[in-house]
Design a protein around this ligand. Structure first.
Ligand code: FES
Ligand code: FES
Length: 185
């Protein structure tokens, strides 16, 4: 039997040890926020954290998890209020939304490790997360906003958003929240 600590809760799994973690999370334990995309470790849709590190759960056998703590999108914050989730809402980042839990998990791991990433840091950390809707600029802007940094990749007019919703006060508040929470998953 395999014990899994997921989002602070203990689970037990008693089936094929070679089953990819993604299948165990989604089909057996019903953590369906984590998505299946390519199944080959190429798209990032299935990204979860193992002890805070982003991994592709579609290519990791459940037996390889060991004692490492798993965090899924359901466990990123208690009330959907991680600074990244707040920034995502402010900027209307998702389009179809399918890739976004993986995007958020990769972004959260980045900010936990590097609270003030450069554009290059962001590009590198997020390069394995594909978005078929092409929301890359909004994703980068959301990371910068959550980090309390100047948003460099985002032109409000390109996305016809309400300019009032992206005011400096909102950015300041997110920066304060991010600092208070230590931007950890
Ligand atoms: S579904 Fe895992 S990387 Fe694509
Ligand atoms: S928002 Fe549709 S795939 Fe990324």
């Amino acid at each position: 039997m395999i014990s899994l600590m997921i989002n602070g809760k203990q689970h037990h799994y008693n089936d094929d040890e070679n089953m990819p973690l993604l299948w165990v999370l989604r089909d057996i334990l019903k953590y369906t926020g984590t998505k299946y995309g390519c199944g080959k470790g190429l798209c990032g849709a299935c990204t979860v954290h193992l002890d805070g590190q982003p991994i592709r759960s579609c290519v990791m056998p459940v037996s390889a998890v060991g004692k490492q703590k798993i965090t899924t999108i359901e466990g990123l914050s208690n009330n959907g209020d991680h600074p990244l989730q707040q920034a995502w809402q402010q900027l209307n980042v998702p389009q179809c939304g399918y890739c976004q839990s993986g995007q958020l998990m990769s972004a959260a791991a980045l900010l936990a490790e590097n609270p003030k990433p450069t554009e290059q840091d962001i590009d590198l950390a997020m390069s394995g997360n594909l978005c078929r809707c092409g929301t890359y600029n909004r994703i980068k802007a959301g990371i910068q906003m959550a980090a309390g940094m100047k948003v460099t990749s985002f032109n409000i007019d390109d996305f016809a958003l309400d300019k009032q919703s992206i005011d400096e006060q909102a950015i300041d508040k997110l920066a304060m929240d991010a600092t208070a929470k230590g931007v950890k998953s």
